[in-house]
Design a binder for this molecule. Structure first.
Ligand code: SF4
Length: 75
C-alpha cells in the first residue's frame, strides 16, 4: 500500500492519532493511505517542507495550499 511519506512528521495526522482515531481512520482512507498527493498538507510539505505547513491547514483545503505555494514562490 502506498502511504504518505509525511505521516511521522505531519502535525495533523499525529494530533488525530492521539485525540480522534475515528476521524483519523477517515483521513487515512481518503488521503494518507491512498490519495495523499491530493492532500493540501502533502502538497505544501513536498514543495517546501513540513515546517511551512500551517497547523490550521486541512487536507481537503487545496485552495489554501495553492495560496501558500504562491506566497512561497511555488519553487
Ligand atoms: S496525507 Fe496529508 S494529512 Fe495525511 S500524513 Fe500526509 S500530509 Fe498529513
Amino acid at each position: 500500500m502506498n502511504t504518505c511519506e509525511f505521516q511521522s512528521s505531519c502535525t495533523y495526522y499525529n494530533v488525530l492519532k492521539e485525540k480522534s482515531p475515528v476521524i483519523l481512520r477517515y483521513i487515512k482512507e481518503e488521503y494518507c493511505d491512498s490519495s495523499y498527493s491530493a492532500c493540501a498538507r502533502f502538497v505544501v510539505s513536498k514543495a517546501h517542507g513540513t515546517n511551512h505547513v500551517p497547523k490550521y491547514l486541512f487536507p481537503e483545503d487545496i485552495q489554501e495550499a495553492c495560496k501558500i505555494l504562491d506566497e512561497l514562490g511555488n519553487s
